[in-house]
Design a protein around this ligand. Structure first.
Ligand SMILES: NC(=O)c1ccc[n+]([C@@H]2O[C@H](COP(=O)([O-])OP(=O)(O)OC[C@H]3O[C@@H](n4cnc5c(N)ncnc54)[C@H](O)[C@@H]3O)[C@@H](O)[C@H]2O)c1
Length: 252
């Protein structure tokens, strides 16, 4: 295989099913020769990922709400695979109540949980991953333009994405000397499990599609290909950036 990720080992966090953006990233990177290791959130979600990946050795549990779970997961990655070349962080969560109507309905508990799982987790994962990341290496996270615009219903998750993007830039600064680049892909809206928690998500996707430059929504594959590029040594000049992969929706 002659791919631009030949010989690279990449940890992909956030595959819930075959519609997950993380699955698109994993597929695109595998096509370019990478060996993919996966984390899944819990036993319930393991059932779904096991249908996609039949090598038990490459499946490791990691609940990013728990430092212990993160630490155990990275120890297992190191024991089984040694050093790795990249991490894809495609994880977010907010309760349904945080994803509809007025931002004034946000609660302290719901807000803290959304920011913990969707933003802080990137810092926690980067910290745990630091000692097993090669030089050069790359971390990619997934964001959405609700970070900088007050979009309908996106609410607390928009605030979490703003914090995620800021955290990404600070990580890029502090991991750069060790040769780790950190970037975010701002993907266009697509139908996934996470999106189904947002009130009026079908409208969100329709509106997003109508605002693309050609009327066709971005695909999981297009986002995956950008992730593969950012993971590769073709992208060693890019760090601390948000790359929009939304077919131009952010231009409107
Ligand atoms: N779908 C979209 O339109 C869209 C657009 C832009 C960005 N994103 C972002 O892409 C990323 C992936 O989401 P998706 O749309 O593919 O949905 P998804 O539901 O397929 O993936 C979300 C993942 O987060 C994981 N997760 C949630 N809580 C977790 C926890 N405590 N520990 C470990 N994992 C946990 C879930 O298990 C799931 O695998 C998210 O950050 C999302 O905000 C999605």
């Amino acid at each position: 295989m002659n791919g631009f990720l030949d010989g690279k080992k990449i940890l992909v966090m956030g595959v819930a099913n075959n519609k997950s953006i993380a699955w698109g990233c994993a597929q695109a990177m595998e096509k370019q020769g990478a060996e993919i290791i996966y984390t899944y959130q819990n036993e319930r979600l393991k059932k779904f990922i096991s249908k996609l990946v039949d090598d038990e050795n490459r499946l490791i549990e990691c609940d990013v709400a728990s430092d212990e779970s993160i630490s155990q997961a990275f120890s297992k990655v190191e024991d089984r695979f040694g050093k790795i070349d990249g991490i894809v962080h495609a994880i977010a969560f907010a309760k349904k109540e945080e994803l509809g109507g007025s931002i004034l309905n946000s609660t302290r508990e719901g807000y803290n949980q959304a920011l913990d799982i969707s933003s802080y987790s990137l810092l926690a994962v980067a910290k745990a991953g630091q000692k097993i990341l090669n030089t050069p290496s790359s971390i990619v996270t997934l964001t959405y333009m609700g970070s900088s615009r007050a979009l309908p219903n996106y609410n607390t998750m928009g605030i979490a994405k703003a914090a995620l993007e800021s955290g990404m830039r600070y990580l890029a600064r502090d991991m750069g000397e060790e040769g780790t680049r950190v970037n975010a892909i701002s993907a266009g809206a697509m139908r996934t499990l996470a999106v189904s928690g947002i009130k009026g998500h079908s409208d969100l996707i329709k509106i997003s599609q109508s605002e693309t430059v050609d009327g066709v929504n971005v695909t999981q594959e297009e986002v995956g290909n950008t992730c593969a590029f950012l993971m590769s040594d073709l992208a060693t000049g890019i760090t601390g950036d948000v790359i929009y992969v939304d077919k131009g929706v952010h231009l409107r």
